[in-house]
Design a protein around this ligand. Structure first.
Ligand code: GLN
Ligand code: ZN
Length: 755
């Protein structure tokens, strides 16, 4: 019995990764210092894996593994010019015409979407080989890992020219591009095989999506070609059950991973169809996405009979460990009762070690498994009052009255906004000074009054600035919030915040997912003070800014023994209470952000109905009792929702703001549907993920495109997300251009009557 872990967080125990990248980008670190720091981090990771039987390498991507793969196989769009190493790499990641950034499967990690022009690839740099050699030079024997060809192609987009938006590959294109790609992969695998690694690990989570039979044919052919290069191949598929168990286990490779945690399907198929005994089964038994300690005793009991039949059984995490923080060891402030129920990445490795030893017959390890499981057995953190409130809900609690058109009229009368109203998504720059202030407050080095006054000063400045820029619906700026989920989590009961539980979102961006450890309730208003203060400074409407129940849930870790649906409703009731408090204080526009709404969708289509049913109901529960005159906005940071448009529409908001600048023209179809239903839409007119300042012309060209499909009365103008990661020097001219572009265009337009 062996144990293998993969995807250990890149971040490092003290967020070294973030510091290195940002230091390098800002020029504070020389290239030599940067690569020395990265090398140190690699050694730290190898040490974290020490108790495992194999150590994976090529895991420390400098931005994103999909980007690495694109660069490795020479898939660099022409606009980035000739490849010059890191310069090209980071230009693709975060330059002015960067690749599109989007959610990775149903997680909160984001990857860069490779753009494919021609079915031509060439090996530009064999990253796994370089990293294998680096590890050897340090005396570490590691196994190379890389993203598999199917996942790479499934997540890439084809650029077809002629102004057509990039789109996923068709099956024919998959065959064409796959053939070209696999000859490069074959070369990579061949070069690696020359080094005699124990195996080569290929990540193929896309095999957990819906995979048509024609794709399986291709995947089988590709892997036959790769397997012929020498080294044993291990394929890992995770985040859900494999699309087709039998096709999967027939893949001509030496080892296969099965996620036994996401749901019961893989386990059921394994029991029904068995597993080829000559292959390595990587049994994904410890959860790579949730933080709850594994019931090790139960896993031992389950795996024992399997191990008897499968000599090559390996215990593994269900998916890469980078969805978890590094270690629980530094969370001394969490109550012991909670702490002993938690396992982050380092603890998952310890669990795998224990499982391996216990299953290999070590009685001491087996006793430890039993003892740990016993600790988890007693009831914990349930709240009867909250459960009672859920039981008492009726259909009226999910249905806002009157209909959207009537509401729109009432809101128009109340708000009196110009044509093409301008606004922002909520946050303004979180400067170093502001972060220092919040840290000082948290450490108790600055008093409550001082802190409040300092926040108020910033709100005052933000309101004055927005008035000066001529924005129509203002925001308070979210200066008091470190993070849109954490801020609310800190104020809700039943949710814990860690001190060091950082997880990578994209690039160097990290967040600290809260831990929903019991039933959730709201002891007091959470946002009232700041929003009403901002509103007191201006006659223009200030938008109250809340995070929606689905996002609060999905960007946290949550109890696995309470249905996600129930937790979403508990959170929704907290938000509904907050909406009421804001309305009572005179706030007329309230935005409830749901950027996580789409990523919660299961990987397989046939499971969508069930998820969206409760996700939509959670949002409706949060807003059903809002007054008709209150304009409810929502925001999502992406625009690919042609396929979920009916669910989006069912959320019954008045206004939605979405991304629109990075993903070029793809939005059109769905936004037109929404406008036809009397919804108003703010399509992001510039990309907040890039420091580039959009010009008036660029903004107008996006706006014109939007106005070619939407009636002007349905259109709002805003950046595509919050501005917290930008600097004021970028934000001010960008917003100034946005307002200028809008006012110029609006002057040329006449509103269509009677809408
Ligand atoms: N209101 C949030 C902000 O502006 C929204 C962020 C998000 O959608 N991710 O920061
Ligand atoms: Zn956003």
């Amino acid at each position: 019995m062996h144990a293998f872990a993969f995807g250990f967080p890149r971040l490092g125990t003290r967020r070294e990764y973030k510091a290195l990248l940002e230091g390098f980008w800002s020029g504070q670190l020389s290239p030599a210092e940067f690569s020395e720091g990265i090398a140190q981090l690699k050694l730290q990771r190898a040490a974290a894996y020490a108790a495992m039987d194999l150590i994976p390498c090529n895991e420390l991507s400098l931005y994103d593994p999909m980007l690495d793969t694109a660069v490795m196989v020479g898939a660099i769009p022409e606009r980035f010019g000739a490849y010059t190493g890191l310069e090209t790499y980071f230009a693709m990641a975060r330059g002015k015409a960067a690749l599109e950034l989007t959610k990775w499967f149903n997680t909160n990690y984001h990857y860069l979407v490779p753009e494919l022009q021609q079915p031509e690839f060439h090996l530009l740099q064999n990253f796994p080989l370089e990293d294998l050699r680096f590890h050897r030079s340090q005396g570490i024997e590691a196994v190379p890992t890389l993203i598999g060809p199917y996942t790479f192609l499934r997540l890439s987009k084809r650029v077809r020219g002629g102004g057509a938006p990039p789109s996923p590959l068709t099956t024919e294109e998959l065959a064409l591009f796959g053939e070209a790609l696999c000859s490069v992969y074959a070369r990579i695998v061949h070069e690696l095989s020359q080094e005699n690694p124990s195996c080569i690990v290929l990540h193929e989570p896309a095999l957990a999506l819906d995979v048509p039979e024609a794709h399986w044919e291709l995947v089988h052919a590709w892997y036959a070609q790769l397997a012929a290069q020498g080294a044993p191949l291990w394929v890992l598929c995770y985040y859900d059950s494999v699309a087709d168990y039998r096709r999967y286990v027939e893949l001509p490779v030496a080892g296969l991973g099965l996620d036994l945690v996401s749901n019961e399907e893989n386990r059921r198929w394994l029991a029904q169809h068995g597993f080829p005994p000559e292959k390595v089964l990587l049994a994904g038994v410890v959860n790579g996405r949730q933080v709850w300690a594994t019931d090790l005793e139960a896993v031992c009991n389950e795996l024992e009979p399997l191990a008897a039949n499968l000599p090559k059984l390996v215990v593994a995490p269900s998916c890469p460990l980078y969805h978890l923080p590094v270690t629980v060891a530094h969370e001394q402030r969490l109550p012991l009762e909670l702490r002993q129920r938690l396992a982050f990445a380092q603890e998952r490795i310890e669990e795998l070690r224990l499982l391996r030893d216990a299953l290999s017959g070590d009685p001491h390890a087996r006793t430890q498994c039993r003892e740990r499981s016993r600790l988890l057995a007693h009831p914990f953190a349930r709240n009867e009052a909250v459960r009672e409130r859920l039981r008492a809900l009726t259909p009226r609690d999910f249905q806002r009255e009157p209909d959207v058109a009537t509401r729109a009229q009432l809101q128009r009368e109340r708000l009196r906004l110009p044509l093409l109203p301008t606004t922002t998504i909520g946050s303004f720059p979180q400067t170093a000074e502001l972060r220092r202030l919040r840290a000082a407050y948290r450490r108790g080095e600055c008093s409550e009054e001082e802190y409040r006054a300092a926040i108020q000063e910033r709100i005052r400045h933000a309101i004055a600035l927005q008035e000066e820029l001529g924005l129509d619906v203002l925001v308070h700026g979210e200066f008091e919030r470190s993070d849109m989920v954490e801020y609310f989590a800190e104020r809700l009961e039943g949710i814990a915040i860690t001190d060091h539980g950082w997880v990578l979102s994209y690039g160097s961006r990290v967040y600290r997912p809260p831990i929903i450890y019991g039933d959730v309730s709201r002891p007091a208003a959470m946002t009232l003070a700041e929003i009403t203060f901002a509103q007191s400074l201006t006659r223009k409407p200030v938008k109250g800014m809340l995070t929606g129940p689905v996002t609060l849930l999905l960007w946290s870790y949550w109890r696995q023994d309470i249905p996600a649906e129930e937790l979403a409703y508990e959170l929704a009731l907290c938000i509904a209470d907050e909406v009421r408090d804001l309305e009572n204080a005179g706030i007329g526009v309230i935005q409830i952000d749901e950027p996580a709404f789409r990523e919660g969708a299961p990987l397989k289509r046939h499971k969508w109905g069930e998820y969206f049913r409760w996700a939509v109901r959670a949002f409706r529960l949060a807003t059903a009792h809002a007054r008709p005159q209150t304009q409810i906005h929502t925001h999502m940071c992406y625009s690919e929702f042609n396929d979920i448009i009916e669910h989006i529409a069912a959320m019954d908001f008045d206004v939605i703001s979405i991304e629109g600048s990075r993903s070029k023209g793809e939005i059109v179809e769905s936004v037109a549907t929404l406008a036809a239903q009397q919804r108003q839409i703010g399509v992001g007119v510039y990309d907040v993920h890039s420091p580039a300042i959009p010009t008036v012309e660029e903004i107008q060209s996006i706006l014109r495109r939007i106005l070619s499909v939407l009636p002007p009365e349905a259109v709002w103008v805003n950046p595509d997300c919050g501005l917290k990661t930008r600097r004021w020097e970028e934000v001010i001219p960008a917003l100034r251009n946005m307002v200028t572009a809008t006012r110029e265009l609006a002057r040329t337009m006449v509103p269509t009557p009677a809408r």
